[in-house]
Design a protein around this ligand. Structure first.
Ligand code: PLP
Length: 393
């Protein structure tokens, strides 16, 4: 085994020094020592990839689809994506305005790399999925967090206007709609109002819409419908088709920035695996019903979780979408959701993610994922109830 040579330590990229590995994974690993743990931690669908999608990949392998594809993705796939976006969300893109990536994760990374120069500011409303912030920092940018906890966990036109006026160096804004970890989603009216603010400023918006197929109480409305010349639209199949392990996502936007993103991806990974693209064509062309079926399942579970939390008298943010519920912790812990999460795992064997993992404004909350069986959810919430009763004694 090679030893770490101390003379080489100064040759590392210094920007990595301040960046920590994913707090979510770390917390999950810490509590997973407990054998009897019910885990409602990770954002991982418990459903399986639909059979016809698996068969499309197998057919591709058997037919020797095992070569480099076009770097932005196969043309049939990019056409399937543009048809889907047009029919489903009224978004109009050409196939050459689409880049296929290894998960939405790579879309997010490449988009930020195409935009952010050292010192540039990026607005990230929190609580939010924990990926964007370390990438901006890695690129030498500065994150401007906006606390949405006092505005029903949504960015309002007023908050956005104030922040943009205070920070003239902002080059981009991240919107994650529907939102991980709170499960809230913007209405058409709210998106239009945000669009009216954004259009007045020369900024990009990374619109991460990966949960758009999992909305319960109102239809999803994409920001890209309002300001398509400023939006980088990001989506994928990880959540809608239980395909996290396939690593498939895509990004769409105006041609000049997409040209740059294509180049970044080509230098980084060349292309997405050939047979994964075969599976994606099948999922996008013939898998709309799968997404509808999955959503029905998540909606039932949302109802199960919220009914149970109501019975327990526990406060939470109503999830209008996704498979997450953001739950307020017991007052006796103040805002210490981290300790609450540790004690919950230790005392009653329930694994959740502390809200602070999604930004400071998530303090005082925990996130549970209801991408789990009814039985697991019932048992998990019974354990939460037991823990709360123990605290009251
Ligand atoms: C909001 C959000 N965006 C992107 C991702 C990453 O998606 P992918 O698996 O396609 O890389 C996740 C995964 O949890 C997420 O919650």
């Amino acid at each position: 085994m090679p030893r770490t040579n101390p003379n080489l330590l100064r040759n590392y990229n210094h920007r990595l020094n301040g960046i920590e590995p994913s707090g979510i994974r770390h917390f999950d690993d810490t509590i997973s020592q407990n054998d009897d743990l019910i885990k409602l931690t990770l954002g991982e669908p418990d459903l399986n990839t639909p059979e016809h999608i698996k068969q499309a990949a197998i057919k591709g392998i058997n037919e020797n689809d095992s070569h480099y594809s076009a770097q932005a993705g196969k043309i049939e796939l990019r056409q399937a994506i543009t048809d889907y976006l047009s029919n489903r969300w009224n978004l109009e893109y050409d196939a050459d305005e689409v880049v296929v990536t290894n998960g939405a994760t790579q879309s997010i990374y490449s988009a930020l790399q195409a935009i952010v120069n050292p010192g540039d500011e990026v607005i990230i409303p929190t609580p939010i999925f924990s990926l964007y912030e370390p990438i901006v920092e890695f690129l030498g940018g500065n994150v401007i967090n906006v606390d949405t906890s006092k505005t029903e966990f949504k960015l309002t036109p007023e908050l956005l206007t104030d922040t943009l006026k205070q920070h003239p160096g902002v080059v981009a804004l991240v919107i994650n709609d529907p939102n991980n970890p709170t499960g809230v989603s913007y209405t058409e009216k709210e998106i239009k109002q945000l669009g009216q603010v954004i259009v007045k400023f020369p900024i990009w918006v990374l619109s991460d819409e990966i949960y758009s197929e999992i909305t319960f109480d109102h239809n999803h409305y994409s920001l890209a419908r309002e300001i398509s010349d400023q939006v980088l639209y990001i989506n994928g199949l990880s959540k809608s088709h239980a395909m996290t392990g396939w690593r498939f996502g895509y990004i769409c936007g105006p041609s000049e920035i997409i040209r740059r993103i294509k180049m970044i991806n080509a230098y980084m990974v060349t292309c997405v695996a050939d047979n994964v693209q075969d599976a994606a064509i099948e999922a996008i062309r013939n898998g709309q019903e799968d997404a509808f079926e999955a959503k029905k399942i998540y909606q039932k579970r949302r109802d199960l979780v919220t009914t149970k939390l109501n019975e327990m008298g526990v406060e939470y943010v109503m999830p209008t979408s996704t498979f997450y519920c953001f739950i307020k912790i017991d007052d006796s812990y103040g805002k210490d959701d981290y300790q609450f999460g540790l004690d919950l795992a230790d005392n009653v064997g329930l694994g959740v993610i502390p809200g602070r993992m999604f930004g400071d404004s998530g303090q005082g909350y925990i996130r549970i994922s209801f991408a789990a069986s009814d039985e697991k959810l019932e048992n998990g919430l019974n354990r939460l109830n037991k823990f709360i009763q123990l605290l009251e004694k």
